[in-house]
Design a protein around this ligand. Structure first.
Ligand code: ZN
Ligand code: ZN
Length: 272
């Protein structure tokens, strides 16, 4: 009995499907978007580029890490494609500041309709849900059980949060886009059930000045960041900028990093 419980606890996985793993767009690079347990999207850079419409309709919750378009571009089309399919409104979660920017610049009735007022304010098909940094909340009704989400602020040129996602006995930490930062690595070190960290590398070392000014990482600053991780954890890298994909792969392969890393593969479904 005890053994069964223990086995069940340690075999639980967080299912993460990588729809887009890049920090820009090209025929082979889709922009940042993942789906957890088929129903919760993490960022929306390429959801409608990667999923057939029936699978888009299964997504009822979207977590947005920041307003940049490589993380939000297909949100308007996801909402339109799935509009009216489900009784329940789709929920878009982020901090109050980040949601305000998305609403002001996208759902402003000029760029795209404000679906949170359609068909009316009382029964909208879209809800913006403000979350607070470092305060865990739970999304219920997922196929594999409740998902606990904790937003952790990181260091990017616009307000941005990383996300700690926990389901059952496992969790993963997505830093989103960030330059050098500390708190999210402390959270990684404090999370005993952490199965993986997904963090970024955007520019090669020769473009360090650009990485610094845009608050992104290069292989050499990624090495510094990984030095803040004090426990062996699977580390996956995303957000290569499309012009530098080959260069970044080569450079990461020859950089001495404190922990081994692997590239987060677009199109793959991971179980962490
Ligand atoms: Zn980005
Ligand atoms: Zn960004």
């Amino acid at each position: 009995m005890g053994y069964t419980l223990l086995a069940a606890r340690y075999t639980h996985v967080v299912k993460l499907r990588v729809l887009g793993s890049f920090g820009g767009d090209s025929p082979t690079c889709r922009m940042t978007s993942f789906v957890v347990d088929d129903t919760v999207a993490v960022d929306a850079g390429a959801i409608t580029r990667a999923l057939p419409i029936p699978e888009q309709s299964r997504i009822r919750h979207v977590l947005i890490t920041h307003s940049h378009i490589d993380h939000t571009a297909t949100l308007p089309f996801l909402i339109e494609n799935t509009f009216g399919v489900n009784e329940e409104a789709m929920s878009i979660y982020s901090t109050r500041r980040i949601l305000a920017v998305v609403r002001r610049h996208v759902f402003n009735n000029d760029t795209w309709p404000d679906f949170s007022r359609i068909p009316n304010r009382v029964y909208p098909r879209l809800r913006f849900v403000a979350i607070e940094a470092e305060r865990p909340f739970v999304i219920t009704g997922l196929p594999s059980g409740d998902l606990e989400v904790t937003a952790v602020p990181v260091n990017h040129i616009v307000p941005t949060v990383g996300l700690l996602l926990r389901q059952g006995g496992g969790s993963i930490l997505f830093t989103s886009d960030t330059g050098p930062t500390d708190r999210v690595w402390q959270v990684a070190n404090e999370t005993s059930d952490l199965g993986a960290v997904i963090t970024e590398c955007s520019f090669p070392n020769r473009l360090q000045a650009l990485a610094d000014v845009s608050l992104h990482l290069s292989p050499q600053t990624l090495a510094d960041e990984l030095g803040k991780l004090n426990r062996p954890t699977r580390v996956l890298i995303y957000h290569f900028k499309p012009p530098y994909v080959d260069e970044l792969r080569a450079e990461l392969g020859s950089t001495q990093l404190p922990w081994p890393v692997e590239e987060l593969e677009q199109g793959r479904e991971y179980e962490f």
